[in-house]
Design a protein around this ligand. Structure first.
Ligand code: B16
Ligand code: MG
Length: 224
């Protein structure tokens, strides 16, 4: 069996931190008189912190000085971290640990490819940091998904060619980034939303080791 590179997104794939982003963004938006709904939160998935605040200000027709903008960004992160600090391994999404254990057992390189600047503390909190051979997060990239930069850096760190990498993603931009990088894209979540992915699973409980075995051996390949 060959060596592949398995790259995981964080929020929405390994843990559901979207609910904490929602609480923190809602508090911030409401504090400046802007409404913020769960539907709007959906549109911030996989989007960087700066871009998220820009979108919220657009929705509320607000303009801020540069100083106010950075103060609000810091406030949002402070709130978000107060939720993160309470996380533990019980928040790992179903079957994620089983999939990681299988890949480790098969000696497959594993990386994290996330837009979050808080990726490392989150992995530490849920006790998964040691499962990863490489971590690429919001501190390492200059171009956001759908730019493939985050996954290409991941491939490089794993010492695996992009075409031998597999990306697990819950956002449309992330699937597009994986496709641009010529990696096998696996959508985790709603099939209709993530229809550009090569393969789709609602969550990891739907994916069995036979599928992973097929990927590792090369019998399961990129579709497009
Ligand atoms: P932070 P992912 C993304 O994580 C989240 O989906 C997105 O909602 C968030 O704004 C972004 O990280 C930045 O997060 O404020 O912690 O730097 O899905 O790419 O793992
Ligand atoms: Mg995500």
């Amino acid at each position: 069996m060959g060596k592949k590179g398995f790259i995981f997104d964080l929020d929405g794939v390994i843990v559901d931190t979207a609910k904490y982003h929602f609480l923190a963004w809602k508090k911030l938006a409401n504090s400046i008189g802007v409404d913020f709904t769960e539907t709007q939160n959906e549109q911030l998935k996989g989007v960087s912190r700066v871009r998220s605040l820009e979108k919220i200000l657009d929705w509320g027709n607000k303009t801020l000085t540069e100083e106010e903008f950075s103060q609000l960004m810091a406030k949002k992160n402070e709130d978000y971290l107060s939720y993160i600090n309470k996380m533990d391994a019980s928040e790992i999404l179903p079957n994620v640990s089983k999939v990681l254990d299988y890949l480790i057992e098969q000696q497959q390189p594993i990386a994290l490819g996330s837009a979050s600047k808080n990726a490392k503390p989150i992995l530490e909190k849920v006790d998964l940091l040691s499962a990863f051979d490489a971590i690429v997060d919001g501190n390492d990239v200059s171009k956001a998904k759908p730019d493939p930069e985050v996954f290409l850096i991941g491939a490089k760190l794993l010492n695996v060619k992009p075409e031998d990498c597999i990306v697990f993603e819950d956002s449309v931009a992330g699937i597009q980034a994986a496709n641009v990088a010529n990696m096998i894209s696996i959508g985790i979540g709603d099939h209709d939303i993530l229809h550009e992915a090569d393969y789709n699973f609602k969550n990891f409980t739907e994916m069995d080791n036979t599928f992973l075995k097929g990927i590792i051996s090369g019998t399961i390949q990129k579709k497009q």
